[in-house]
Design a protein around this ligand. Sequence first.
Ligand code: 5GP
Length: 191
Amino acid sequence: MSKRGKLVVVTGPSGVGKSTIVGEVVRRTGAAFSVSATTRPARPGEVEGREYQFIDEATFEGMIQRDELLEWAKVYGCYYGTPSAPVRQGIEAGRTVILEIDVEGGKQVHRHMPEATFVLIEPPSADALAHRLTGRGSETSQKRQERLAKADEEIAAAKASGVYNRSVVNDDLEAAIEQVAAIVREESIDT
Ligand code: 5GP
């Protein structure tokens, strides 16, 4: 029996808890996390090569030109993209690979790999999302407003795209983690 890994794309608006959920899902399932490249500066506590590959614009643009990215997008003025090689290698090695990216990036992945699973994480309410973004304290208040305004748009765009075939509401964090973990485990069945 041959076992090729699968791709699970997790998306949702900023502050919805995707990173926390995906981090726990990776720990519990042993799936491979796809480390994105970004031109955004590292936040305190972020480690090069763990959360992101932190690179400058010229390096990122070189990766675009050399066609080294499975998808990329400019989010809040910074580049974010998924290096293709580790994703391909992980899948070929039979691992489930998880991408945590924005809605636009998910749509691009769908064009290349429509057989992937696309999970949309939704906040229970706009209020809950505002509260969470404030608690994180990693953005200025103007940036927070920007991200909140974008959250509604992102969810609407994700639904309109028809790409996201699974949806998880992050009402209770533990329940949301287990729902995403269950989706990832489904994706790890031998083919
Ligand atoms: P943050 O700056 O909060 O880490 O991420 C901002 C947004 O960029 C989030 O919605 C996150 O999912 C998205 N993002 C992270 N990595 C990638 C990527 O490789 N590609 C795309 N398209 N979006 C990404």
